[in-house]
Design a protein around this ligand. Structure first.
Ligand code: XIL
Length: 385
């Protein structure tokens, strides 16, 4: 399993490094508030304990063989030259201290890693993978086939089907091959079904131009490029049993029957207080994939809250949010083979939510100065702390 392998590459050394990072940050007086969002505080104005104060990091609380991860912030809504993972040293140190897995939030998406037909840019992704190795962390690679964040040269390129096949084959071979043995899980196919359970055969350039069989080829090519990596399907609104996950289940069964190297199913878990917690439905759903022999994972967990007029989340909502986080972590841990849980960012300082969902925010486990919200404690407890 990926988790076992990640622990294999230097967990003891990493734990020392992690402890040192926390101590260092504490000595420096904690996180900076240069983002202008004010001091750390709960909804009632009380200061929250911060990630920069000494505490047991999440990675040490997780059961053996389970990794707890975060997205490494950069690209996407940050704009170019502003990658928090590169420029915010407090943030970066917390990533290494607190987590045992990392996912480049945008840095391995086509528009970043393959910006021109003949150009690959691995700078940001290399930095994350090197960092992960230094800190004994696993890496999730994200994503190879997707309908979003593709470069214009690809989407508007007017390529023949044969050319497109070659482009995808070259991309997968180059990108997966570069990190062979260093990225343990890949989201090979991201969001290929819509909520009704229909393949996205119009939005997704690969499926539209090359047919659904291209998904199986992508898995085969990724497996050739790194036979040790676990290869995943991944989607949102895929936490519970519903039309979308039923479609995935049927799709996986077909892939397995055809001998396609598919190894895992990822539920992103971009949740909202509006829609209710998946509750025990998460366990029930993931168990269906586990029963087929697949690994499962929580890949992009966050829980967005409708903010009040002052841009604040109420204390009551923060408590409700904690229940969602707890439910998801507990649901995953109840399923054998669900050994990777990734938060889509750990601080509201950098969450994608406010720029994507109007009026929503406060979706992560710490506030904008790394103050630990009830959701952080819920994750820690659910992991076993
Ligand atoms: C998001 C990033 O967090 C943003 O920075 C970016 O602007 C858009 O994409 N599903 C996924 C992720 O698979 O890649 C998305 O990440 C969130 C939804």
């Amino acid at each position: 399993m990926a988790a076992t392998r990640a622990r294999g590459f230097g967990r003891a050394a990493a734990a020392v490094a992690a402890g040192a990072a926390v101590a260092l940050l504490a000595a420096c007086g904690g996180g900076s508030a240069e983002d202008g969002s004010g001091g750390s505080g709960g909804a009632d104005g009380r200061a929250l304990p911060t990630l920069t104060e000494e505490h047991a990091p999440l990675r040490d609380l997780a059961p053996d063989g389970v990794v707890i991860g975060t997205a490494a912030a950069g690209g996407g809504h940050f704009g170019s030259g502003n990658d928090p993972f590169q420029v915010d040293t407090d943030y970066r140190e917390i990533v290494g201290a607190e987590f045992s897995s990392v996912t480049p939030e945008n840095q391995l998406k086509w528009e970043y890693v393959h910006p021109e037909p003949e150009t690959y840019d691995f700078e940001a992704a290399d930095d994350i993978v090197d960092f992960a190795e230094e800190h004994g962390m696993a890496v999730r690679g994200h994503a190879l086939i997707w309908h979003s964040q593709n470069p214009a040269w690809l989407e508007n390129g007017d390529f023949t089907p044969d050319e497109l096949r070659d482009i995808l084959h070259d991309h997968i071979t180059t990108v997966v091959g570069r990190y062979a043995g260093r990225i343990q899980q890949w989201d090979v196919a991201n969001e290929i079904f819509d909520d009704g359970g229909r393949l996205r055969d119009e939005e997704n350039i690969w499926i539209r131009e090359l047919g659904p069989e291209i998904v199986a080829d992508a898995f085969r090519w990724a497996h050739e490029a790194d036979p040790d990596a676990l290869l995943f399907l991944n989607d949102y609104n895929a936490e519970t049993v519903n039309a979308k996950t039923n479609a995935y289940l049927a799709f996986v069964e077909e892939l397995l029957a055809d001998g396609v190297p598919v190894h895992g199913f990822g539920a992103q878990a971009h949740l909202s207080l509006e829609y209710g917690s998946p509750g025990d439905g998460l366990r029930q759903n993931l168990q269906r994939f586990a029963d087929l022999g697949l690994a499962t994972a929580i890949t992009e967990l966050d829980v967005r809250i409708e903010l009040g007029p002052g841009g604040e989340a109420s204390e009551e909502d923060l408590e409700r949010q904690a229940v969602y986080y707890r439910d998801v972590v507990e649901g995953c841990l109840a399923v054998e083979g669900c050994t990777s849980i990734t938060l889509w960012g750990f601080t509201d300082r950098y969450s994608w939510v406010p720029s994507w969902f109007q009026g929503m925010g406060a979706a992560t486990v710490t506030d904008s100065v790394f103050g630990r919200k009830p959701a952080y404690d819920a994750v820690a407890e659910a992991l076993g702390g």
